[in-house]
Structure formats: structure tokens, C-alpha cells
Design a binder for this molecule. Structure first.
Ligand code: MG
Length: 456
């Protein structure tokens, strides 16, 4: 069956592949899947947000749902509202970190978690069959507006950090809202935590005049410069829908997401004298080493935040996340949460009294190399089978793709779920060895793809 949902919902260029027809029919499918009830709906700051949200509201109302419009909110704000309220689920109109011409839809279950694969497949089946639960005139309901979701979200975060100690520390931070949904939440949150703030790109604007909304180094040059030129102890950046946080240390250095995740994981495990941390199999070993070195355990999952969140819930994990800055704090909610991550790192600085650059010295250094190799979708599974045979006798983790474990590093081969390519990631404590493992991995997979194309 054709798939609509990728790793994080449905995405496309607005009025090309992400149209109001798609938004309406997908929302009818989602409402039919939920079987009615209240459905929370919200969007990020993209220029197409209102247009697609209106289409989605119409779709939900046509199948007898009551749409509750939260307006423009971070994804984790909507997820917390659904978790704490009497909802069948939620729909978030967002394309996260994609360029401004994109938008998308993400579906949330009644517990506020991103929908699992089985749920998405059931919704897709309804969408393609067009068997919507259309109701008669007597069952239509009006949609409602709800304005206090961000207030409730901020209050919940404040309950889950040592707000008093953070306030006492009076930290100065530079916050880059990326003109995204974080504009509505993070400045208010950090103000409540007593932080002195320098704000960048704090005006909601879906044209993203400051920079594109992916928090990668090339988009955060202004943030790094402002931190460097000030006495701020931290720089914080969010992606477009504020479910991720990336940090800049007091010297203005970009902190890769695997390092901030490892540091937060280490602290949480130390505080609790152990506990399980969950992360995808593609994450850096610096997280595992930081966790196990502090008496905790690591559990690897397939790639995708909905999977990480569900495994965390099933195993009663103390923490989890992805190395793109998407961190999950179970005491708050089972989803990536940029505001909660920012509050936790600010708390960590306040409680330790140390600078972020020196705290990061506790995180083991690993080097990784990430490559892509083009591969037609139809031969991916055959190539993976052949690769599995070639790797016989080696230690291989099959959680997601094939991860070959060596004493001094690893190589992960994964077929992309959305694009015609294989991803080849390699990691080692030695930069030279990481490159050697990556080059070798690319050569092996490229040879297998070529021979498969020739039908041998
Ligand atoms: Mg995002």
C-alpha cells in the first residue's frame, strides 16, 4: 500500500503535495479512526498553517468530531493538552524543521503520544478507501477555541524542574525562537525561571526571516555570535514546532545533540542511582558510555521518536531521546519536548554552578561519519538480505537495519523509509577509524547495489 506517513507524519510542499484536499480527507480519516469525540488541533507559524488547519477542522466536523482549536502552539503543548484532557487525540499542522514552503500533519493518540505505525496504517487504509464516517446534519458540532494550552504547558514544566534554584541562579541566556512556535512559549517559560534573556527571532513569522528552522550550525551563526559577544552562559535554539532544543555553550560553541543528550542522561541516571535510558540504534555511543558509566542501562530501538516514546513507557525508562535534540522526559510526558529540554539544561547549569563547556568534558568523545548511497526502493530488501549474508560471523545488531559492532567502533546500514537511499553511519573513538569504517561500509553497500541492479 502507498504510504502517506513518514517518520514524523505527513509532509509536502503546500499546494503541490500538501493540499487542502489532502488535509480535509486525512482529517476525515483520522476522525473516523478516532470514532468521534474531541480532537485538539494546532499549528506552527507557517504561512499555510491557518489554511490547512481550517481544512482539517472541516474534515473533522464532517465525521462528527468536535475540533478544539488551540491556535499556534508548540507540538509538545498540544500533546500535553491531549494527554491531560478528555480527547480522542490530536492533529498538529507542522513541517517541523523543513523550509517555509513545506507543511505537514502529525497525528497524536489519546495519550498525547505520536501515533504508532499500526494506527497510521489504519488511518491510511481509511484514507485510501474513502470510507469516512460521514454524519447527518443533526450530528454536526461547532468547533471550539481554547486559549490556555500554553499556560498549562509552562506550569507543568515548572513543576518538573527545581524552579526555585534556577531562579536563585539568575542565569543569562540567549534564546533563538527561529520565528517558530517557540515564540509563544519559551520566552515566557524562561522568564518564569528567572532568566535574563537576549531574544533572537522571537516574532512569529512563517517566512522564517531569521534563518531556516532546522537547528543545525549553519542556521545558528547569529546565536553563536551573540553568545560569544555577551556574558550569557547558554544559547538555546528550537526547531519550527519546538519539540527539539539544541544548545550553544558559554563560549559560543555549537553543542551537537548527542552530547547534550548524553549529559542530561548522565545527570538523570546519577540523580536516581540508575535507571533505563532509551534511544535509537543510530545514536552515538557517547550516550551509552555516559549512562552505563553512571550505573544506568541503555535500550536501543528502531529509529523514530514515536518508537522511543512507546518503549520508554513500556519499560518505565527514566529518560530517552534522539540525537537531533528531541529529548523525552517521562515525568512530564512521553514525547519530544523542546521547552522541557531547555528548562532541564538551565536547571543543570543552575544546580552545578559550572559552565556548560566544562560539564561537557564528562561526555566521552566519539567521532562519527554519516553517508548516503543511492538505491532504488524496489531492490532495498534484496540488498539488505545479501548484506546480512556477507556479514555472517560478525557481531550484528538487527534492531533497525544492520549494525556491525567492532571492538573499536560500529557501522550501521539502514534503508531510508522515505527516500531511495541507504544510510551508512560509522563511529569510533578514533577519527581515522570512523572514516575507515564508513568508507568500507559505503564500498560494500555500493557493490551490492550494483550487482543487484545487474540482477546477479
Ligand atoms: Mg520538530
Amino acid at each position: 500500500m502507498t504510504r502517506l506517513f513518514g517518520t514524523n507524519g505527513v509532509r509536502g510542499v503546500v499546494n503541490e503535495t500538501m493540499t487542502i484536499d489532502l488535509a480535509t480527507d486525512l482529517s476525515r480519516a483520522i476522525g473516523t479512526f478516532f470514532g468521534g469525540g474531541k480532537v485538539a488541533i494546532g499549528c506552527d507559524t507557517r504561512t499555510s498553517g491557518d489554511m490547512l488547519k481550517s481544512a482539517s477542522v472541516s474534515g473533522l466536523l464532517s465525521v462528527g468530531c468536535c475540533a478544539v482549536d488551540l491556535s499556534t502552539v508548540p507540538s509538545p503543548t498540544l500533546q500535553l493538552e491531549v494527554k491531560n484532557g478528555d480527547y480522542s487525540g490530536g492533529i498538529i499542522i507542522t513541517a517541523s524543521h523543513n523550509p517555509p514552503e513545506f507543511n505537514g500533519m502529525k497525528c497524536v493518540d489519546s495519550e498525547g503520544m505520536e501515533m504508532d505505525k499500526a494506527g497510521e496504517e489504519a488511518i491510511e487504509a481509511i484514507y485510501f478507501s474513502k470510507h469516512f464516517h460521514e454524519v447527518g446534519w443533526e450530528a454536526y458540532r461547532n468547533h471550539e477555541k481554547k486559549v490556555d494550552a500554553v499556560d498549562n504547558y509552562i506550569s507543568s514544566i515548572l513543576k518538573n524542574v527545581d524552579a526555585k534554584s534556577v531562579k536563585r541562579a539568575g542565569l543569562k541566556v540567549v534564546l533563538d525562537c527561529a520565528n517558530g512556535a517557540a515564540c509563544f512559549s519559551s520566552p515566557r517559560l524562561l522568564e518564569r525561571l528567572g532568566c535574563e534573556m537576549v531574544l533572537l527571532n522571537e516574532v512569529p513569522d512563517g517566512t522564517f526571516p531569521g534563518h531556516n528552522s532546522e537547528p543545525i550550525p549553519e542556521n545558528l551563526t547569529e546565536l553563536m555570535e551573540v553568545v560569544t559577544g555577551s556574558d550569557a552562559v547558554l544559547g538555546i535554539a528550537h526547531d519550527g514546532d519546538a519539540d527539539r532544543s539544541i544548545f550553544v555553550d558559554e563560549k559560543g560553541n555549537y553543542v551537537p545533540g548527542d552530547k547534550s543528550m548524553a549529559l542530561v542522561a548522565k545527570r538523570i541516571v546519577e540523580e536516581r542511582s540508575g535507571g533505563l535510558v532509551v534511544t535509537p540504534v543510530s545514536s552515538s555511543s557517547c550516550v551509552e558510555e555516559a549512562v552505563t558509566g553512571s550505573g544506568g542501562e541503555i535500550r536501543y530501538t528502531a529509529v523514530g521518536s514515536p518508537i522511543v516514546a512507546r518503549v520508554m513507557k513500556a519499560t518505565d525508562a527514566v529518560f530517552g531521546g534522539e540525537e537531533n535534540g528531541g529529548l523525552i522526559f517521562p515525568e512530564h510526558q512521553y514525547c519530544r519536548d523542546g521547552g522541557m529540554a531547555a528548562a532541564k539544561v538551565v536547571e543543570l547549569l543552575a544546580l552545578s554552578g559550572e559552565q556548560l563547556s566544562s560539564l561537557l568534558q564528562e561526555v566521552p568523545v566519539y567521532h562519527n561519519v554519516k553517508n548516503k548511497v543511492h538505491c532504488p526502493n524496489e531492490i532495498k530488501s534484496g540488498v539488505l538480505e545479501r548484506l546480512s549474508r556477507e556479514l555472517e560471523g560478525k557481531e550484528v545488531d538487527t534492531t533497525d537495519g544492520l549494525k556491525v559492532l567492532y571492538t573499536d567502533g560500529w557501522v550501521l546500514f539502514r534503508a531510508s523509509g522515505t527516500e531511495p537511499l541507504f544510510r551508512v553511519f560509522a563511529e569510533s573513538k578514533s577519527q581515522g577509524r570512523a572514516k575507515e569504517l564508513a568508507d568500507e561500509g559505503v564500498r560494500i553497500i555500493a557493490d551490492l547495489i550494483e550487482s543487484r541492479k545487474k540482477g546477479s
